[in-house]
Structures are given as C-alpha cells and as structure tokens.
Write a protein that binds this ligand. Structure first.
Ligand SMILES: [Zn+2]
Ligand SMILES: [Zn+2]
Length: 380
C-alpha cells in the first residue's frame, strides 16, 4: 500500500510566514516604539478608517449618503414630534401649543437654513489670478498658501481658514461656511433641548407609565353612574374593587379604559425620538461647546493643535506665545458672526442671514497690526 503525504506547497508556506512576520512587526511597532503615545496608538488603530475616508468610493458615495442620513434623521424626528406632541399639547392648552409651534418652527427654519448653507456654499479656495502675501507653499497643490489656509486631503484642495472636513456636510468647513456650520450645530442643540423640555412629560407618560393614548372626551360617557378617581396619568377612571395603583400595576397592564386607547405608534415614536435626541445632544452638544471655546479664543480646529505645540515651544524658551488672531472673546465673536457694519444679533443671528465675513480670507489682520486693528475696531 502506498501512502500519499500531502505537502503544503512552499509558496503558501512562504506567504503565510511572511504575513505572520508582518503581523509581529506591526504588534512590536505598537508596543516597542520609542515614540509610543496614546495618540500614536489611536492613529495606527484609526488608519483603516482614514484610508476609507480618503478613498474615492467614500467621496462619491458615502459623502452624499451621510448628508441624506442627516436630512432623513432631522425630518423623521420633526414628524415624530408633530405626531406625538401636537395632539398632547393641544389637549392640554391651545395657547401653549401655538407658542410651541412658533418657537419650534423658528428653530427648525434656522437649523435647515444653516445646514444647507454650510453644505452648499464654497468654504473658500485660493483665487488663481490674485497676488497676496503667502506664508508657505502647499506641497500638494503647489500653490502659495495665504495665512490660516490648509490643505484638505479629502477634497484635495487648499481651503481658506480651514477648520476641518465635515462628513455630514460632505465638504470642508472653512472661511465662508464656518458661521453657518456653528449656527447649525447651536440651533440643533437648542432644538434638542426644546424637545426634551416639552417632551419629557410625554415620555414619562408613554415610556414609564405605559399610557400612550390620553383620554378622549367621548370615553366620559362610560363613566356615567360610576364612582371615579384619577389614575397614574391624571385621567378619570371608574373605581373598581382592586386598587391597581397600590399594587404597582401600570395602567397599560390592567383592564381599565386607558389601555383601550393605546397607540403603539406613539410608543415607537417616543422611543425613536428619545434615542436620537440623546445621541445628538451628547455628540453635537460636546462639539458645539468645543467650537464655542475655539471661536472665543480666535482659533480654528487646526490652529488649536498648532498653537498648543507653539505654546509649549515658547514656554520651554521662557517666552509667552500670543495667538495673532485672538482679539479678545467679545471681538472674536463679533468678527466670527459678522456683527460689523451695523449688523445686529437680533436680525443677523436669531434669524437667517446670508451675509459674508468682512475680509477676503486671504489677508488677515493680527493683534500686532495695532494700526489696522484700531481701524477695524472702529468699524464695529
Ligand atoms: Zn493644497
Ligand atoms: Zn474637505
């Protein structure tokens, strides 16, 4: 009898050992690297995400998909709020409902306006036929860069006063759309707080007490001739021999009329809105606070990193670093919101306004340009 021994081809063995060695080097580079730090590990782990974000598929397909998701999420939350909140508040008070409709729609108009403005207007690119003072050369565009301009590797171009590339806008946040981007975030966060404030009572009734309907007037006919009392959600119900409340039974699980009016869609809508707004409040809330701090300091996201390392460098030499674009909190906000040339907070921030920033995004006034700064300050 002849025994056949299957032998792994040498090429496969070689490939496998090559892959294994590569894996070992990768692991060792993570743990034995001289420059090992938290950000280095995070960079290595996020490398696959950067590659996806950098790819053409992402730019062409995933970018618009994120924008669509953003629009659908906002739209669905608004519809759910109308579906659940409008009948609830109309039953409680018609005056309050009208007030909520005005405030809610004012917030919605601002959110929609600033989102589309931020997503659609050009964030600012270097003009080709213009002479200006450059602070360096972009190695990718091979173009002289004005101050505060940085190259976006996703859009593959230099952006004036570059802040970051936003996947939810599918474009960069830069000189011309930074104000719209911030106001979109701020109004969305205010909108979420508005929904929580006027929806917490509904969520308590529906999700906690299990009453998703509310009591309709016609049901009062059933109560004629019976002894009544208020149930957990404040509705009149007939008194029965068992005190369900004292037994800890929720209205939805006993046989009293409240459960007959239950609408499962209201329960689903409440769960959906609760999950979305909590996620948005945490994510967008922290981002808004971060950008509020940056704008107050006269920095962009990129500059906050550069200035941080500059501060360290200056400190090590016993000097103090001064951010050249920090004119003080109040002036920084006036410049950022474009509240110059007679523009007001009431008209140009509380309501949609398409005004552009004052300068051209190429030439910048700095704190050391005392003369220019004084002229600029007088114009405000
Ligand atoms: Zn560039
Ligand atoms: Zn970009």
């Amino acid at each position: 009898m002849v025994k056949i021994r299957l032998k792994t081809p040498e090429i496969i063995q070689f490939r496998l050992s090559e892959r294994f060695n590569y894996f070992i080097i990768c692991v060792k580079s993570l743990f034995y690297n001289h420059h090992l730090s938290q950000s280095y590990v995070a960079d290595i782990l996020l490398e696959p995400i950067f590659k996806i974000v950098d790819s053409r598929v992402f730019k062409r397909f995933l970018g618009p998909l994120f924008v669509l998701c953003c629009i659908l999420l906002t739209g669905s939350v608004v519809i759910a709020c109308y579906y659940v909140g409008l009948p609830y508040w109309w039953r409680k008070s018609q005056e309050v409902t009208i007030f909520l409709l005005i405030v809610g729609n004012w917030l919605l108009i601002n959110v929609t306006y600033h989102y589309f403005k931020a997503a659609l207007i050009n964030p600012g690119t270097i003009p080709l036929a213009e002479s200006y003072n450059a602070v360096g050369i972009c190695k990718k565009c091979l173009m002289p860069k004005p101050p505060r301009t940085h190259h976006c590797s996703i859009c593959n171009k230099c952006i004036l006063k570059f802040d970051h590339h936003c996947v939810f806008l599918n474009q960069c946040v830069g000189f011309y759309n930074h104000r719209h981007f911030f106001l979109y975030m701020a109004y969305t966060v205010i909108g979420v707080i508005f929904i929580i404030t006027f929806g917490i009572g509904i969520a308590y009734d529906v999700l906690w007490l299990g009453d998703s309907g509310g009591w309709e007037e016609k049901e009062h006919e059933k109560l004629h001739g019976s002894l009544v009392r208020y149930n957990l959600t404040g509705h009149l119900i007939p008194i029965t021999e068992v005190d369900y409340d004292s037994l800890g039974i929720s209205p939805a699980s006993h046989n009293l009329p409240v459960s007959e009016l239950s609408d499962p869609n209201i329960y689903r809508a409440c769960c959906y809105v609760a999950v979305i707004i909590v996620a948005v409040l945490i994510a967008l809330g922290s981002l808004t606070v971060w950008h509020y701090i940056l704008i107050s300091r006269g920095e962009t996201s990129v500059e906050s990193h550069i200035n941080k390392s500059e501060r360290k460098r200056y400190n090590s030499k016993g000097k103090t670093f001064v951010n050249p674009y920090d004119f003080g909190k109040s002036t920084n906000w006036k410049i950022f919101l474009g509240l110059t040339r007679g523009r007001t907070f009431w008209r140009h921030v509380l309501f949609p306004s398409s005004h552009k920033p004052d300068n051209d995004g190429i030439t910048w006034t700095t704190v050391s340009d005392n003369e220019l700064f004084r002229v600029n300050d007088h114009q405000m």
